[in-house]
Design a protein around this ligand. Sequence first.
Ligand code: 6R9
Length: 587
Amino acid sequence: MTWTTIRKTPQPGEPAPNFADYETGRANFSWETARAELEGLPGGGLNIAYEAVDRQLRAGRGDAIALRWLGKNGERREFSYAELARSSNRFANGLNRLGVGRGDRVCVLAGRIPELYVAALGALKTGAVFCPLFSAFGPEPVRVRLAKSRARVLVTTTLLYERKVRAQRSALPDLEHVLLTDGGGVEPGAGSFHALLEAEADQFAIPFTAPEDWALLHFTSGTTGSPKGAIHVHEAVVAHRLTGRSVLDLRPGDVYWCTADPGWVTGVSYGIIAPLANGATLVVDEAEFDASRWYAILEQERVNVWYTAPTAIRMLMKAGGDLARGRDLSALRFAASVGEPLHPEGVVWGLETLGQPFHDTWWQTETGAIMIANTRTQDIRPGSMGRSLPGIEAAIVRRRSEGGLDLLEPGAEGELALRVGWPSLFRGYLDDEERYRQCFAAGWYLTGDLATRDVDGYYWFLGRADDVIKTAGHLIGPFEIESVLLEHPAVAEAGMIGKPDAFAGQIIKVFVTLKPGYAPGDALRKELIGFARTRLGPAVAPRELEFAVDLPKTRSGKIMRRLLRARELGLPLGDLSALETDEAQNL
Ligand code: 6R9
């Protein structure tokens, strides 16, 4: 393997990095020390919202800005830590008044609006479990997640409620309270989020929550079955706070911008918890991607630390460096990326255009926090995800068919595994013990990613071991997409793959076979794509659809998406007989 290295020279006046040196950092690390840095609840116990917000008040940072919200129509609102504490206290009181608290699921379906942050923190304060739902999901993924989580409360907007929830309400018997952030009282069966807040007191005494109490529920996808609800506990905040400081180099007073939507794990772990727990100011932009707007935000908000994703980086690169020229981006001290492979050109482009290289970081919904990263002091190897962090033991492994694992040598390709024992590792998939169990072997958590490690301990991503894909950074499983298509009367079978795309990384492509009496054609293709779009939402709907006479299947009848992908890419199909087993499907 060959690589170039980006060695960073400290700029004059730059603060010393939080994380001084990789080897010393690893050698001196203990999770006990990291735990001890948290304050804990005054009466004992641990609560994410307390560590993120209330703790900052006690440290005298109540007047500091916690959230700076940039509305899509040019509005600008700021919330101090004290204000965020008060509003989240009010929401917590309101939830308690509704009889909602410990262990209850509170879902939020909203774009990037301030109420989402208040609802998340307020729910956590009561001991309820916060579950974000991506606002670009269509009615079907929303219904599945609301039903699976058995949400008692949903905070959303009138528009999203009308479009995605109202018609399905009778199928959601657990959903007792819908709180609309923009109105209420108008919609039957829905109340007003703000009226609830106004009726409550500013003070809330957080009840005892244990480090192992459930706090967050993030839905994620696998190859088979409906989405899995990954459960995280309050203790995860140990890893959020630590990695916010050590990897993202956050410190109190920093202006920090995480471009991930809080409907996904990055937008919660690093869009809410980690930065607040480090006393930073969140920049929250309500608008969708726009290259000029993004440069203006970096410049005008004087963003110090930026966490974004390869899809956005590719779109900025496409928009051209001219847009960045003349901008004063001198406030930017650290830029990082997550969610998809970050191509070497992106790293270098960052350095040339923004004055900062992008530092790739790797983690997953299940790991709860960053596991592998290029940190500020380390040399960057463009194309590599970086090295495992202090407290994290990673390895490249091969599963043995009879159970157990082989740890592979540097240079070998295999599955990325992490030795169990860090605080933000998920504690289960909701109501699915079996799938949870399958993620572990011999004390290791198996990630489902294929990678290789070089002799210096840098990890290089190769692909997924299963059939999930990333499109514009969103993790999508074939089951949800295919099931929706199968609801159409014309569709007999459907198989989804990720098709490489210059910007989104991959786009969703489906192959379908038709039932007797239906003929392929442009009109039907459009109809099927439209059908899927309406139900799934534009962000997760197939962009391409191809009719097929039959789909390759294993002997037991599972669709072999791997072969569809190979066919699409014109790859050699290899030894077909070897792939024709069900075991091969579950590699
Ligand atoms: C945080 C997040 C997890 C999957 C993961 C992997 C891919 C994440 C990556 C990366 C290459 C990186 N992934 N970071 N691939 N390089 N730096 O994205 O969580 O949505 O659960 O996705 O994303 O395949 O397994 P999640």
